[in-house]
Structures are given as structure tokens and as C-alpha cells.
Design a protein around this ligand. Structure first.
Ligand code: LUZ
Ligand code: MOS
Length: 750
């Protein structure tokens, strides 16, 4: 894979927070946190901790000079607990010491007395008690209440999906360096430099221009650093501000898993109504989102659940209710798909159960109800360029779905202990932040006098290859070699007021901003060239591979000379440009509008084999036809699809977040939380490109890639269920993810 960073990664030269050469005199911070799920802090005794040699300070909420508040959407979350604690792992303060080991040692000597209060961990129980993050959200379309009588089949049921730990390779961390005049420079592993800047300014009680945030790259994020990198940066900044020393704070893996939020578990109710031919007439669902103790991004995540409630299907009557429930767990947060996967899983479960009742194959119902152009999504957006049917048809033909199904049937007829299952998953994912105002980005491009180019944008590189994509876009816009281009760090003093690199839209938004900035410079360069070549009109001029062409004919003027010439003529060789996605809107009162620039489509087919004696299973193959648009870099994009599939399968199969009755995380390390390994990954993954797709919103007609492929993983769940069904055809299996081998076994034999 050719990617900007790849050689440095392979050599171990790439720098992450923990690799940065920190200044002399740097201190180390470690957080101490609540050991109970809910209660009042009666007393904090730091005497013994303070007496340890090398401990410089112990800071709590009382030491915050500004406002003790880190909530983004709703201001309901303190940086350090004040009086009350709401989950095991809630930060109460930090120890700052000469070394990391001393800080850790001191943390363990801090004694806190609590008075326990009742705690809630189940979202439905929280709902009953009225513990909500915000009032319920309702989307509705057509009229479900009037249509049930006209349905031949109605199925109702309950669906559970579990949490998911991000397991980014690099844990959360930050280095804060105090500079002259009260300024603080932060190096942070964040997806959202501006969120860190804004929040740290609030905590310290200073204006945002006192805080500079710089991001080189992250060792993965998956949404876990969209909002929750902020806390650790704020703690380091507070310590640096108080002690006037550089401070480094990096979480150990176990602290990271224990203290940070995960994908939201959901418990949902659905009701689906169909004709006897399998046309879906109505769908109603209520989603109980387990938000944890504070809002974090939960409201936005719940919105995305509602937007994706009908997946790739056109359903004329829909009503969905989203309820964000407050529980005594760490605040759950963004995770690849951002509530979309939870929504899609429910409609797929409903279709599965309806098909079971009708004695049909679920894929027949799926196929019959795919979105067509000129229909509307149930939130009011017109369906345009729907590739739902195209992807399905191509997958059906290319992979010979009929034959695959036949092979499964033949296998199951001949085998007793082992059963195979197959399932299809069409996907449709909306691209744009659902909060319209976030869909903006900017870029700052400098062309230096030697012809080399420096590009800064709001995009954060986290392994997804966004820097490579921006490099490609700049290289194509100027028509110069990629070797000339450096993608700079993401920095709030060079590119201000940024949105998180999230919502799969980093390359779209920042690539488009970079194109605009490059075009500004290019326009000026062509004027210089016109003068030099004595041409009256720049429209006949273009640069091809670093050489000026006039009316399609090569001239002697090359890139290096042109840049020198422009500089001598005192022409501005820098440009800043901003991009805002056009034509998007959403009315948050009526819950209708066109929130997405476009949608990404695809179809995946998963085949599995279940050992019905042991409950274990293998994912035999995942075969996908995906709509990439005109991919900027097919190798990166295929990598995203493969990674997404593995992560999606992991979420629904082996990854199980579990807590004790007291709300203490039991799956707190990689020995107790299983993530997909070489054995649980699909034995075969085939990805093919849907041809002839277009997308005016992506740079050079490309399409966003990050999140959508995760949802192919949903077919692994239903493929396993189909194999179980082949073993126990009469059984009505519950729909409760993750479907761990233990759960498969229990369900096969009870
Ligand atoms: N973040 C966000 C996201 O703030 N809004 C979104 O719509 C979104 N979607 C996916 C991932 N992160
Ligand atoms: Mo995200 S779930 O940070 O796109």
C-alpha cells in the first residue's frame, strides 16, 4: 500500500504522542477516578500521595480557573467531578509528578470516601425512572397507525446490540507546553483540534487565541477521539498552566479502556408490516440508547440512528422514536457509523423475523424494497443516484448468489454437526454531518519559491489515508508531482474553526477546500504565464505534468520557472480557502430536510460455518460490491472496506463489553475483551467496484469511505443465525448481539 506514512510506520519512525521528544523539565500527569458507579464524595485524602518524593501537585475541580465543563452538545459534564460521581472511572483529579511511575504510584495512595447512591445501567430502566439526556426524538413519514390493518403480515419484536471498545492502537494522550504570555501549546491525539482548543480555553478561563492545538497523526481513532480526546488534553493543559511546566499525560491501555466511552448499546422495539408478496408497508421502532452518564455526542448519534432506520429500503409509512437514556456508565461516544449501524441492525432484524414468519428468504424481502430514484427517504430527502439496486444486482450476478445459496443448502443436507449460513446486507449511508453547520472545512496552501508545496487543512490523519488523498487532490489540481507536496500537521493557528475529522467526510470537506485554495494560486500563476508567453487569454493555458501548455502545445515554461517568475513579480503564492457543503439543510423542529450531500451504497454477502457441537464459527467469506465513486486511491479504499468489515463483524460476534452488577467494567483489557484476530477474520474477502458512478460532491468524483463498510458486518450476524436455524429449524431465536460462541451454544441447546 502506497501511503504517505507507510515507510515511516514500517521503520518505526512515525511519531505518536508518546514518541515526541518532550522539553527538559516535563512533568507527568495521571488521573484518579471514581471507584463507584454513583454517589457523593465525602472526603478526598491526598496526604500520603502528596508526601511521595517527586509529586509536584494534586489538582481537582477546585484548581480549575475557568469553567469546569467539557460538554459539547449539552453542558452537563465536568472535567473533574464536583461532589457527585456518576460512573466508575469518572475523573476526580490528577497527580502531577516528575515521572509517570511516581504519578501512578501516588494515584494509588489517594483515599476517597463516598456515600453510595442507587445506580442504573439498563437504558429501559433509566427510561422508566425518567432519566433522559434530552426529550425523545420522533421522525415520522406517511401514517403508520392507519396502515397496520392493510398489512398481511405484522411482526413485532425486541432487538439488543452491544457496546464496542475502540481499541485504537494509540491510547488517549496529550502534551501541554506553556509558552510566553500565558499561551499554551497542546499536542493532542484528537480528531477535533478546535474542540480541544475551545474546551481548554473554557477550562482555563482564557480566550481561544491563547491555545494552539497541533496534531501530527493519531494511531487510530474510530470516533473515540472525536469528543473524548478533549478531557486528557484539558488535564495536561491545566497542569501546565498551574505549574508553568510542560506536562505529558498518556493513558495506559487499561485506564483508557476503563475510563472512556464506547459504542452505544441499544435496546429496541420494532413492528413491521408487509404484504404477502413481501412489500414493506410500515415500520415502527423505538430505540433506547444507553448514553452513559453524560450527553457527550449521544444526541447526534441518536439522530443518525433515526436517519438510518430504514437502511436501503423505501418504506411508505415509518415512525421512529429515539430515547437517549442516562445511565451510570462512562459516557458512550462516537464509533464508526455513529448510531447508523445500531439503526440498520434493527430493520434487518425485523426483515429477518418477517421472512421467517412468511417462510421466505430474507434476501427476497430485502431485494423487493430497495430504494429507487425519485422516491424520498423517510426524512424527506429526495433519492438521487441510488445505486442500491445496481449494487445488489451486480453482487447477485458477480458472486452468483443463487449458487452460493445452493452450496449452503447442499452442505447443510449432508452435515449434521456443522451448518452453513448465508446472508446479504445492502447498505446506504448518508454523507455529511447531520448537524448542517459542521459541514465546513478550510485549507491553507503555500507554494514556496523552489516550487515545493505545503498544505494545511483541518483533516486529521488517523491511519485512514486522508493525507495521501489530499496530496493526490493537490497534485492533480496543480498537475505537479506528489513529491513536491508536504501535508503539514493539523494546527489551529494555521487552520481555524475546524470540524472534527469524522462522519466519513474528512477527505471530501478538506479535499474540496484544498482544491479551492490551489485554484486561487493556479489562477494567479496562469496570469503570470500569459504575460510571459505573451498570450492574451489564460483560458488557453494549462499546466500538464509541471509544464505549461498553450492551446494544447507544449511551451518551454516549467513549474519551477513559473514559480520563480511569480515571486519576482510579487505575486501571492499562498491561499486560504474555505469549503461548505452546498444544498444541505435540516429542520430540527419538523425533522425533515435534505441533511446529506449524497449517500454511499453497496451490497455484501457473508457465508459462515457454525460448529453446532461447540458453538464456534468461522466467517468463510464476505463478498462485496461497493460504490466508491471514482476512487482517489483504490488501495486505501479497499483497505477501509476490509477494515470496516472486520470491525463490523467484531462488534456483532466476539466483542462483548461486560460490567459487574456494581457497574465496574469486567472486560477491561485485551485478555478479557476479545477483538477479531486472524482466526475470527473472514477467510476470504472480495471487494469489487461498482462502475459508472458519479458524485459531484466528492473531490474528483470520489466518494466517502470511512464508515459505510462497517455495516457489511451485519450480514455475519444473520448468516450465523441462518446456520443455527439449519440446526434447529423450529426454534425462534432471540436477536441479541454480540452473538458470541457461548451465546450460540446456549441458544442451540436450551
Ligand atoms: N459526528 C458528528 C459524526 O458530529 N455528526 C455526525 O453526523 C457524524 N456522523 C458520523 C460520525 N461522526
Ligand atoms: Mo466518527 S464515528 O468520529 O466519524
Amino acid at each position: 500500500m502506497r501511503k504517505t506514512d507507510i515507510e515511516k510506520h514500517v521503520r518505526g519512525e512515525s511519531q505518536f504522542i508518546d514518541d515526541i521528544n518532550v522539553p527538559e523539565g516535563t512533568l507527568y500527569a495521571a488521573a484518579f477516578d471514581s471507584k463507584i458507579a454513583h454517589g457523593e464524595i465525602l472526603n478526598i485524602n491526598v496526604d500520603e500521595a502528596k508526601s511521595i518524593f517527586g509529586v509536584r501537585a494534586i489538582l481537582t475541580s477546585k484548581d480549575i480557573p475557568g469553567i469546569n465543563q467539557v460538554g459539547g452538545i449539552i453542558p452537563d459534564e465536568t472535567l473533574f467531578a464536583e461532589g457527585e460521581v456518576h460512573f466508575v472511572g469518572e475523573p476526580i483529579g490528577i497527580v502531577v509528578a516528575d515521572s509517570y511511575d511516581i504519578a501512578r504510584k501516588a494515584v494509588n495512595k489517594i483515599k476517597i470516601d463516598y456515600e453510595k447512591l442507587p445506580a442504573v445501567f439498563d437504558p429501559r430502566e433509566a427510561f422508566e425512572k425518567g432519566e433522559l439526556i434530552m426529550p425523545p426524538r420522533i421522525f415520522s413519514f406517511g401514517n403508520v397507525d392507519e396502515i397496520w390493518d392493510k398489512c398481511d403480515i405484522i411482526v413485532e419484536g425486541k432487538v439488543e446490540t452491544g457496546g464496542q471498545e475502540h481499541i485504537y492502537l494509540e491510547t488517549q494522550g496529550s502534551v501541554a507546553i506553556p509558552e510566553e504570555g500565558g499561551k499554551i501549546k497542546l499536542i493532542s491525539a484528537t480528531q477535533s483540534p478546535t474542540t480541544v482548543q475551545r474546551t481548554v480555553a473554557r477550562i482555563l478561563g482564557v480566550e481561544m487565541n491563547n491555545i494552539e492545538v497541533d496534531v501530527l497523526r493519531l494511531g487510530g481513532a474510530f470516533g473515540g477521539k472525536e469528543d473524548q480526546a478533549t478531557h486528557w488534553a484539558a488535564m495536561a493543559a491545566l497542569a501546565a498552566h498551574k505549574l508553568n511546566k510542560p506536562v505529558k499525560l498518556v493513558l495506559s491501555r487499561m485506564d483508557d479502556i476503563r475510563m472512556t466511552g464506547k459504542r452505544h448499546p441499544y435496546s429496541s422495539d420494532y413492528k413491521i408490516g408487509l404484504t404477502s408478496e413481501g412489500k414493506i408497508l410500515a415500520f415502527e421502532a423505538t430505540y433506547f440508547q444507553n448514553a452513559g452518564a453524560f450527553a457527550d455526542l449521544s444526541p447526534a448519534i441518536l439522530d443518525r440512528t433515526l436517519f438510518h432506520a430504514t437502511n436501503s429500503y423505501y418504506i411508505p409509512n415509518v415512525k421512529t422514536t429515539g430515547i437517549s437514556c442516562k445511565t451510570n456508565l462512562p459516557p458512550n461516544t462516537a464509533f464508526r457509523g455513529f448510531g447508523g449501524p445500531q439503526g440498520k441492525f434493527v430493520i434487518e432484524a425485523a426483515i429477518y423475523k418477517a421472512a421467517e414468519k412468511m417462510g421466505m428468504d430474507a434476501s427476497e424481502i430485502q431485494r423487493k424494497n430497495l430504494l429507487k430514484d425519485d422516491k424520498t427517504f423517510y426524512y424527506g430527502q429526495l433519492v438521487e443516484n441510488s445505486y442500491a439496486e445496481k449494487c445488489w444486482t451486480k453482487a447477485e450476478e458477480k458472486y452468483d448468489l443463487k449458487k452460493l445459496k445452493q452450496e449452503v443448502e447442499d452442505f447443510n443436507r449432508k452435515n449434521y454437526q456443522f451448518k452453513k449460513g448465508i446472508a446479504v446486507m445492502p447498505i446506504c449511508f448518508g454523507i455529511s454531518f447531520t448537524n448542517t453547520f459542521l459541514n465546513q472545512a478550510s485549507a491553507l496552501v503555500h507554494v514556496y519559491t523552489d516550487g515545493s508545496i505545503g498544505v494545511s487543512t483541518a483533516a486529521v490523519e488517523m491511519g485512514q489515508g486522508v493525507n495521501e488523498k489530499i496530496k493526490i487532490v493537490v497534485s492533480r489540481t496543480f498537475s505537479v508531482s506528489q513529491e513536491r507536496i508536504r501535508i503539514e500537521t493539523t494546527n489551529t493557528t494555521r487552520v481555524a474553526n475546524t470540524s472534527a475529522t469524522a462522519a466519513s467526510s474528512g477527505a471530501d470537506l478538506n479535499g474540496n477546500a484544498a482544491i479551492l485554495a490551489c485554484k486561487n494560486i493556479l489562477d494567479r500563476l496562469l496570469k503570470v504565464a500569459a504575460e510571459e508567453l505573451k498570450v492574451s487569454d489564460t483560458s488557453e493555458l494549462e499546466i500538464r505534468n509541471e509544464v505549461l501548455y498553450n492551446q494544447g502545445i507544449k511551451t518551454n515554461l516549467i513549474w519551477d520557472e513559473l514559480i520563480k517568475l511569480a515571486y519576482i513579480k510579487r505575486i501571492n503564492l499562498s491561499s486560504q480557502a474555505s469549503y461548505a457543503t452546498p444544498n444541505i439543510n435540516f429542520d430540527r423542529e419538523k425533522n425533515t430536510g435534505s441533511p446529506f450531500a449524497y449517500h454511499v451504497y453497496g451490497t455484501g454477502i457473508t457465508t459462515v460455518t457454525v460448529d453446532c457441537l461447540r458453538g464456534t464459527y468461522t466467517i468463510d467469506s464476505v463478498k462485496v460490491v461497493h460504490d466508491f465513486g471514482k476512487s482517489l486511491n483504490p488501495v486505501i479504499d479497499i483497505g477501509q472496506v476490509e477494515g470496516g468489515i472486520a470491525q463490523g463483524i467484531g462488534w456483532l460476534t466476539v466483542e462483548e463489553v461486560s460490567h459487574s452488577d456494581e457497574g465496574k467494567l469486567l472486560s477491561n483489557s485485551l485478555s478479557t475483551y476479545k477483538i477479531p484476530d486472524i482466526y475470527s477474520a473472514a477467510k476470504e474477502v472480495e471487494v469489487s467496484f461498482l462502475e459508472d458512478t458519479e458524485n459531484q460532491y466528492g473531490p474528483f468524483n470520489s466518494k466517502a469511505i470511512g464508515e459505510p463498510p462497517l455495516m457489511y458486518g451485519i450480514s455475519a450476524y444473520f448468516a450465523i443465525l441462518n446456520a443455527m436455524k439449519a440446526f434447529r429449524p423450529e426454534k425462534d431465536f432471540e436477536i441479541s448481539a454480540p452473538l458470541t460462541p457461548e451465546k450460540v451454544l446456549m441458544n442451540l441447546y436450551n
